[in-house]
Design a protein around this ligand. Structure first.
Ligand code: SAH
Length: 370
C-alpha cells in the first residue's frame, strides 16, 4: 500500500469520509505524496501522453496562434505568456521557437508557468531554463504580475478535482469516499442533501461538477476582462452540461479503479466546456467555441505544417509525421501507430478561447462562435 493510501485511510478513520473532491485533490496534489507532485507521468514509460508530446506541430501552431493574437490585441509592448499545467515544458518550447518568426512578439514576452509539481517544474526548467526570455514559476494565477496576457492550458482542467452528487430518494447527496469492512476505499454519500441542485433524474443518477476548474476560469476571465488578453483552453471534454460522471483513473496507459491506488494512478475527468464557458461569461469575458481540436488545428494550418516538415524528412520520419497528424486531428477510434492502437484526438478534444470583451474572433475560431 502506498504512503498516500495509508495517510488517506488514517484521515478517514479520524475525520470520517472525505468528499470526492478532497480525495481527488489529495490523490493528485498532496504536497508531498500526490500523483503529480512525485513523478513525470508522460510518455511510453508513464501513464499517458499528451498532444505536445506527440508532435512538435502542436506547440508550434499554438505559438503562431499566440503571436497572431498579440497582433490582434494591438501588439502591446509587454505581454505575459502564461501556461497552466505545462507538463514537461514541451508545448512552451515549441511555441516559443515558432513564435520567434515574429521578433517583436518574442521581445515583448515574459513567460509565466503555473505548476504545482516540483518534479515537473524541474523538467520545465531543464527544457526552458536556457532561453533568453524570462521564465517565472507560480503556484496559482494570482501571483502573475498584472498586464495583458495570453494564456494556454492544454490538459490542465481535466486534472482538477470534481464533486459528484448522487440522486437518492429524490435528493442530491454529495459523493464521499469512506472505508468498507475490509478497510478498502469505498463510495458513499453525505447525509445532508444539496438543495441548490434542481435537476430531475432517475434514482442513482450522478451529476459531476468541476467547481475548482470553474473557480479558476472565473478568476482568469476576470483578469482578462480587467487587463486584456485571451486564453486558449484545450482538453478532452463535452459541450453540453449533462447528467452522468466521467471520473477515470489511468496507470501505465490502462484504466484502473479510481479508488484503488490513490497517488499512483492519474485521476481525471472529461471537461464540461459549457460550464467553463458560463463561468467565463459571468465574469464578463467573450467566449469562442467550443470547437473540436481537429477543427482548431486544421484552421491553424496543421496540414501545411506537416507538409513542410515532410519535405525535410526521411521515410521513417515521414511516417511518424503522418501518424502524429492523424492522431492529433482524426476523429477515428483505433488508429494503428507504431505497433500500437490509439484513438484520434480530433473529435474528443475540444477548444474554447476566452477573451477580453470586444476582441476580434481569435484565429482558428472563425467558423463557429457562441
Ligand atoms: N500541458 C501539459 C501537461 C498536462 S498534465 C501537456 O499537455 O503535456 C497536467 C499538468 O497540470 C501537469 O503539469 C500538472 O503538474 C499540472 N497541474 C495539475 N494540477 C494543478 C494545479 N492545481 N495547479 C497547477 N498545475 C497543476
Amino acid at each position: 500500500m502506498s504512503a498516500l493510501a495509508r495517510h488517506l485511510r488514517e484521515l478517514i478513520a479520524q475525520e470520517g469520509p472525505l468528499t470526492l473532491e478532497r480525495f481527488m485533490g489529495l490523490a493528485l496534489g498532496h504536497p508531498t505524496m500526490g500523483y503529480y507532485i512525485t513523478r513525470d507521468p508522460f510518455g511510453v514509460e508513464g501513464d499517458f501522453t499528451t498532444a505536445p508530446e506527440i508532435s512538435q506541430m502542436f506547440g508550434e501552431l499554438i505559438g503562431l496562434w499566440a503571436a497572431e493574437t498579440w497582433v490582434a490585441m494591438g501588439a502591446p509592448p509587454r505581454i505575459r505568456l502564461v501556461e497552466l499545467g505545462p507538463g514537461r515544458g514541451t508545448l512552451m518550447q515549441d511555441a516559443l521557437r515558432a513564435a520567434s518568426v515574429v521578433p517583436a512578439f518574442a521581445q515583448a514576452i515574459d513567460v509565466h508557468l503555473v505548476e504545482t509539481s516540483p518534479v515537473l517544474a524541474q523538467a520545465q526548467k531543464a527544457t526552458l531554463g536556457r532561453l533568453a526570455i524570462p521564465v517565472t514559476w507560480h503556484g496559482g494565477i494570482e501571483t502573475i504580475p498584472p498586464g495583458p496576457a495570453i494564456v494556454i492550458a492544454n490538459e490542465f482542467f481535466d486534472a482538477l478535482p470534481v464533486r459528484h452528487y448522487v440522486n437518492q430518494a429524490g435528493a442530491w447527496r454529495e459523493r464521499l469516499v469512506g472505508l468498507d469492512q475490509g478497510n478498502r476505499f469505498t463510495f458513499g454519500v453525505s447525509r445532508e442533501a444539496e438543495t441548490s441542485i434542481k435537476a430531475q433524474a432517475p434514482e442513482g443518477a450522478v451529476i459531476e461538477i468541476g467547481a475548482v476548474g470553474q473557480r479558476i476560469m472565473s478568476a482568469l476571465a476576470g483578469r482578462l476582462v480587467a487587463q486584456g488578453g485571451a486564453a486558449l483552453i484545450i482538453d478532452y471534454g463535452y459541450t453540453q452540461t449533462s447528467i452522468g460522471e466521467t471520473l477515470q483513473a489511468l496507470r501505465g496507459h490502462r484504466f484502473v479503479d479510481p479508488l484503488d491506488q490513490p497517488g499512483e494512478a492519474d485521476l481525471t475527468t472529461h471537461v464540461d466546456f459549457a460550464a467553463l464557458g458560463r463561468a467565463a461569461r459571468a465574469a464578463g469575458a467573450g467566449v469562442h467555441g467550443p470547437i473540436t481540436q481537429g477543427v482548431l488545428l486544421t484552421g491553424l494550418g496543421i496540414l501545411d505544417r506537416a507538409r513542410a516538415l515532410t519535405r525535410r524528412a526521411d521515410a521513417a520520419q515521414e511516417g511518424q509525421i503522418e501518424a502524429a497528424l492523424a492522431r492529433l486531428i482524426s476523429a477515428q477510434a483505433g488508429i494503428v501507430v507504431g505497433g500500437g492502437v490509439v484513438d484520434g484526438m480530433g473529435q474528443l478534444f475540444k477548444a474554447i478561447c476566452v477573451t477580453a470583451p470586444g476582441m476580434a474572433t481569435p484565429a482558428g475560431f472563425e467558423h463557429r462562435q457562441s
